[in-house]
Design a protein. Structure first.
Length: 239
């Protein structure tokens, strides 16, 4: 007999070292927001909007940090925001999974500048979250850029079509599909150059494919470069 998503739901709801949704801070957040008491559509939307706008776009020390650290940092990029989003979804009974890719580094140009841009790998690890909703898997990627940052980009580059850079790659920067309406959301999809497929957890993905940096570059990124990148992103957000 074919296994249905309902029958396999437990595998898409488990916690892991990265999806550490039993940490007190994550449990307290969900209780404070009352997500568990909402209907499924509003529950997904409430968590989505929180991760999108209250966790600012920025660069954490590593892709593989747990959800609790992303929450404590208060900022994240595609992979770390995806981690927090998945943890909160699973904690609140929403099945979800991880879809891994790489993107061209040109997508980050502007957010990443100077020497670090030249040092960055040509292809960068990327991910989005797939949520099981309304009897189908929905692709959610539009939570990466917070509204204030996106609005600043829209002001800096008005009427931009086929926009690539500053953390976005979309056909129309004036109206990207980033709002939760029960269907797919995207902000970096057009920059994808390789598809690794779906994984039950980010832990599984990173165990197989690793992350973007190793060795000296990883150390420089953690202690120096990402701090400069975050200052640049903050300036962009401020217009």
């Amino acid at each position: 007999m074919k296994t249905t998503v309902n029958q396999a739901a437990k595998r898409f709801l488990i916690d892991t070292p990265i999806l550490d949704y039993n940490e007190p801070a994550l449990r307290a957040l969900s209780q404070e927001r009352g997500w568990a008491g909402l209907r499924e559509y509003e529950r997904i939307g409430g968590i989505y909007d929180f991760v999108r706008n209250e966790i600012l776009f920025g660069y954490n020390e590593s892709d593989e940090i747990p959800a609790s650290q992303v929450l404590a940092d208060g900022y994240g990029q595609c992979n770390t925001k995806a981690t927090l989003f998945m943890a909160l979804l699973r904690q609140n009974g929403i099945p979800c999974r991880f879809h891994g890719f790489t993107i061209y580094k040109e997508l980050q140009k502007g957010a990443i500048t100077g020497l670090w841009y030249r040092m960055a790998p040509e292809s960068i690890i990327h991910s989005w979250v797939e949520v099981y909703y309304d009897s189908r898997w929905v692709n959610l990627e539009g939570f990466i850029l917070d509204s204030a940052y996106l609005e600043s980009l829209q002001s800096l580059f008005p009427n931009s079509k086929n926009f690539c850079g500053y953390g976005a790659d979309v056909p129309d920067l004036t109206n990207p599909p980033v709002e939760w309406r029960g269907s797919d959301t995207y902000i970096q999809k057009d920059g994808i150059n390789h598809d690794f497929g779906v994984f039950d957890t980010p832990d599984d993905f990173y165990a197989r494919h690793g992350s973007n940096l190793r060795g000296l570059k990883k150390v420089l990124y953690k202690y120096v470069i990402r701090k400069l990148m975050n200052r640049n992103v903050a300036r962009l957000r401020g217009g």
